[in-house]
Design a protein around this ligand. Structure first.
Ligand SMILES: NC(=O)c1ccc[n+]([C@@H]2O[C@H](COP(=O)([O-])OP(=O)(O)OC[C@H]3O[C@@H](n4cnc5c(N)ncnc54)[C@H](OP(=O)(O)O)[C@@H]3O)[C@@H](O)[C@H]2O)c1
Length: 307
């Protein structure tokens, strides 16, 4: 077995943490021809990676010494801190990429701590699970200093499609949480649809094939609605809020008739109803942002309806 001791800086990248995500990340680096050092707290998770040419580090500090780019894939920021702790003296001049999920505040704090130790820091978010890692279909978000990103962009591109969001380390977590909510909004609607058509005997794959085609239209709406929100003008090109509220009532009624839960359409109907109550019934549907974007339901976008 290849095992490193401190002092050897010979691989391009080190991966600390070989759970579901870390193992996929290390494999992607190796498969794209980047020599990698790996470390995991519990033994036995690196066999496949060693067979692909990885070098096993005996301790986290050995892995940090081994490469200029240090990718950490452990459960949370507390664990990241513990394995990069003060006892790990080798951080200087390394760029640490942290793929653990967390909050923007914890990312900014981690960036400050590592800056004080002369290390670069990129916060990262793996947006496509583990199956696609290493494929261009996998989306990875990064935030932190432009120089650190550019220095290691080529190797990070082994992971998939990469986006650098900006120099504020908190941005990757901010987008991560926003996109998690976006995905779940779409998935909740999809799962409700599966249940609805399923109650009439349609099987899930048959429905999914049509739903996927419909979602192309929905993603186009996102681009158009973003533009409307930006300008504060909400033309009713895709129907008014009142028309959509009536259609949502049909969905609620059909759900009840078919004896499935109406939780998902009821949530959406609540938003549409609040929007109507605030005088937006004749406006385009993107103006629902008005009842979502602030706790009081007031969006400060100089609302101008469909003029
Ligand atoms: N899996 C995904 O699809 C995915 C996608 C996006 C983001 N993420 C995020 O990526 C992070 C890792 O996820 P995962 O799915 O890879 O989790 P996982 O399979 O549970 O792996 C957790 C890793 O953290 C290590 N670890 C936990 N506690 C530790 C400690 N006290 N000291 C040292 N190492 C410790 C584990 O080591 P042992 O093997 O020794 O337990 C293991 O390597 C999480 O923050 C997760 O939210 C995951």
């Amino acid at each position: 077995m290849n095992q490193r001791r401190p002092g050897n800086r010979t691989t391009a990248v080190s991966v600390l943490g070989l759970g579901a995500l870390g193992a996929a990340v290390a494999r992607a680096f190796l498969d794209h021809g980047h020599p990698a050092t790996v470390w995991n707290r519990t033994a036995g998770k690196s066999d496949d990676l060693l067979a692909r040419g990885a070098v096993l580090a005996a301790a986290p500090e050995d892995a940090v010494v081994a490469s200029p780019l240090v990718v950490v894939c452990v459960s949370d920021y507390g664990v990241v801190r513990s394995i990069l702790g003060d006892s790990n003296p080798a951080l200087g001049e390394r760029v640490v990429v942290n793929l653990a999920s967390g909050t923007p505040e914890s990312a900014r704090q981690m960036a400050d701590e590592l800056q004080q130790r002369d290390a670069g820091y990129l916060d990262g978010a793996a947006m496509s699970g583990t199956r696609l890692v290493g494929d261009p279909g996998a989306l990875f978000l990064f935030s932190g200093p432009d120089t650190a990103f550019k220095q290691h962009q080529a190797i990070l591109e082994s992971l998939g499609s990469v986006v650098h969001l900006g120099s504020d380390a908190g941005l990757a977590s901010l987008y991560d949480t926003a996109l998690f909510g976006t995905a779940w909004g779409a998935l909740a609607g999809f799962l409700h649809g599966v249940a609805l058509v399923g109650a009439e005997g349609v099987d899930p794959p048959t429905f999914a094939a049509v739903a996927v085609r419909h979602l192309r239209f929905v993603t186009q709406l996102m681009t158009e609605h973003a533009r409307q929100i930006e300008t504060g003008r909400f033309p009713a090109d895709d129907g008014t809020i009142a028309v959509h509220a009536a259609a949502m009532q049909h969905l609620i009624r059909t759900s009840r008739t078919l004896k499935i839960s109406a939780d998902v359409p009821e949530l959406i109907h609540t938003l549409l109803s609040r929007s109507i109550a605030s005088g937006r019934g004749d406006a385009g549907i993107a103006s629902v942002i008005d009842v979502i974007a602030t706790p009081t339901g007031r969006w400060d976008s100089n609302f101008r309806g469909d003029e």
